[in-house]
Design a protein around this ligand. Sequence first.
Ligand SMILES: Cc1ncc(COP(=O)(O)O)c(C=O)c1O
Length: 323
Amino acid sequence: MLGYTLALGIEPLRTAISDHYRDYYALDVPASRIAVTTGSSAAFLLSFLAAFDAGDKVAILRPGYPCYRNILGALGIEAVDVPVGPETRYQPTLAALEAAGGAALDGLLIASPANPTGSMLSAAELEAILAYCREHSIRYISDEIYHGITYGGRAPSALDFDTDTVVINSFSKYFSMTGWRLGWTVLPDDLLRPFERLAQNLFISAPTLAQHAAVAAFDCHAELQGNVARYTANRELLLRRLPEIGFDKLAPADGAFYIYADVRALTNDAGRFCREMLQATGIAATPGDDFDPVDGHGHVRFSFAGATAEMDEACARLAHWLG
Ligand SMILES: Cc1ncc(COP(=O)(O)O)c(C=O)c1O
């Protein structure tokens, strides 16, 4: 039972993921288009290798998840920054894509909800971006790893508007299987075989035990919704308390479990601020530099994935430290 599996994953899991698209999104995504991967991390590596060549240009958001830039860089693919900020709720406009190169881009990668900001594209924004990409032959890659953890209705999927796009998801976030190292990708026809051949050669298969466990995870929605209820309570608490404490410029936190705070009123060196905060209060937060090499030094990312009592205690300690 614990041998290798097929490169694209065990059939029961690919079928369970296909069923998930039917049940959660009301979308018809055949199991044959689904590849199971070693976390979404392997899915990025495999999709980039399958879709792009060295020297290609792929646009990513700044601030954004740091590994995109690093994986692209390791493959000799140019990461092109699309700077985003509070004026556009930390998501790109078509004008921003145009300014980043427009038709000269080979790819565009967006996470919605995003890390570190939690911000989400509306259905209309996502549809317009997908149409723009189609018109200019830009390969769209949708990181949907935080789907299921949203605070105002379900996040739109790129598959709602375009069945020919690359969608990457994971068992690490909503399904809380972070260390099991399992994710999946929905692939358009032209990338299926290249992706499969690369997966076979680079990984042989995703972890077998984790694949069997993930089939069972689709029967655990009651427990998983309990986590989402906890994140919802934590988010409400922090959005109420953080501004009182002095963190009053916060990204939208539409989804995921992060609050990205503009802390320029308190510091211009987020790394030092976070080190001092850790020493003084025992609270660990991530300096914005990790997500944004240009403007991150004035930002801090708080994660609220923990217990509500911990969030409460953290607010009390922060208020005391900054008070
Ligand atoms: C936006 C985003 N994408 C991808 C990942 C990678 O997750 P995994 O490889 O566990 O699926 C993370 C992890 O934090 C993330 O925040």
